[in-house]
Ligand binder design. Structure first.
Ligand code: UD1
Length: 369
């Protein structure tokens, strides 16, 4: 067998993951460990559960993979601390998830969002440069597109016409990265624009457990299914869509994770550029459809109530993910049914998230365990 047929080890060995204890970060860490990378994770626990021993999510990521993670409780606003971590480790590449992301909060506290998301990024880039590390995957969002002019959305769609501060921090960072890569060709950066991440690792060991108040559809809906919230309010049934409810491109968090691993492989071959990719399934699903699928596959009943449209919401958004397929060799694999089943497995095995002891049984489809 020729050498090219042997298992290819990644060209980067060590990857530093900011926001590693969070929802998307912890799932990505699992895939990185499985792909053979050494992971250094940092998190300030702004929106991730922390206990006496650190991050329960990352301990479970170690349990899933049988591999160790170097973890630091660290804040990107504390530049000397970040510098120390880079002094200790030979970091080949950074995946930058750490950011505040609550739309409503961002409107009330814009300075907090600009300071945390923009200054945090600046500190990180400066520390990377001083340690000769020029490779980054940045966690961006489809929110940078604003109200779509045309669907599906390609990466060429104009950006910047955004109605909330959180979204603007993502947009400003992308602009900053454009300037940086234009000024210095040593930088190699991929910005991944996520559509709507949902689901959980199929083990049920890790999942979404925000410490702040949340309003995203899937976690809210499953809290209603668990009986922790009385009713799911659907924001508007008068949109110009087939059933009147808003349409989004929901993507399984494990597909997002594999998108990062695919990006790293391409990044390690690239020289001096910024590339942007949509990570979505290419399929739009309405709120009503998602609720119906969730009820069906989890055998639950979700009381719903239609209310006014939510301020700032758009009608419909889904990705054209062709570029990621062509250049990263990546496509989303999971169905809407799997997204719901996996999210529900995580919720029923961990009704109180990471805080309480995990249940050993899973309330399976049809209510049997
Ligand atoms: C939101 C953020 C977006 C962020 C994304 C991350 C806003 C305005 N946008 O997107 O910037 O990148 O999360 O996942 O918050 N819905 C209900 N009832 C609910 C909750 C949601 O009907 O209780 C509807 C919404 O109107 C929308 C859909 O469900 O049509 C999805 O909402 P959500 O999960 O909050 O995501 P986005 O608003 O698309």
């Amino acid at each position: 067998m020729g050498i090219s047929h042997r298992i290819k080890m990644p060209k980067f060995k060590s990857v530093l993951v900011t926001g590693g204890a969070g929802y998307i970060g912890s799932h990505c860490v699992v895939d990185l460990l499985n792909a053979g990378y050494d992971v250094i994770a940092i998190d300030n626990f702004a929106n991730a559960v922390c206990d006496d021993e650190g991050s329960p999510a990352l301990r479970r990521a170690e349990q899933i993979t049988g591999k160790k993670i170097a973890f630091y409780k660290a804040d990107l606003l504390d530049k000397p601390q970040i510098n120390d971590i880079f002094d200790k480790h030979d970091v080949d590449c950074v995946i930058h998830f750490a950011a505040l992301k609550a739309v409503g909060e961002s409107m009330q506290q814009p300075l907090l969002y600009y300071q945390n998301n923009l200054l945090g990024m600046l500190n990180l880039l400066e520390v990377m440069r001083s340690h000769n590390c020029y490779q980054m995957v940045f966690s961006s969002s489809c929110t940078v597109y604003g109200e779509p002019e045309k669907l599906p959305i390609t990466e060429a769609h104009p950006t910047g016409s955004i109605t909330n501060v959180y979204g603007r921090t993502k947009y400003f960072i992308e602009e900053m990265l454009k300037d940086l890569s234009a000024a210095d060709e040593k930088w190699n950066i991929i910005s991944l624009r996520y559509f709507n991440p949902v689901g959980a690792h199929p083990s049920g060991l890790i999942g979404e457990d925000p410490t702040k108040e949340f309003s995203n559809l899937m976690p809210y809906m499953s809290q209603v299914a668990l009986g922790k919230k009385p009713v799911l309010t659907i924001f508007g049934n008068d949109y110009n869509t087939p059933d009147g409810t808003g349409i989004r491109d929901y993507i399984h968090v494990m597909d997002l994770a594999s998108g990062h691993v695919a990006a790293l492989k391409v990044l390690s071959d690239a020289h001096g550029r910024l590339k942007v990719y949509n990570l979505g399934t290419g399929r739009g699903v309405s709120v009503k459809e998602l609720v119906d699928v969730f009820q069906r596959v989890t055998n639950t009943n979700i009381p719903i109530k239609y209310v006014e449209r939510r301020l700032g919401d758009i009608t419909a958004m889904w990705a054209d993910a062709t570029l990621a397929k062509e250049e990263l060799g990546w496509t989303a694999q999971h169905t809407i049914e799997e997204m719901c089943t996996d999210f529900w497995r995580w919720q029923t095995m961990n009704p109180d998230g990471y805080a309480k002891k995990q249940k050993t049984t899973f309330i399976a489809v049809n209510g049997k365990s």
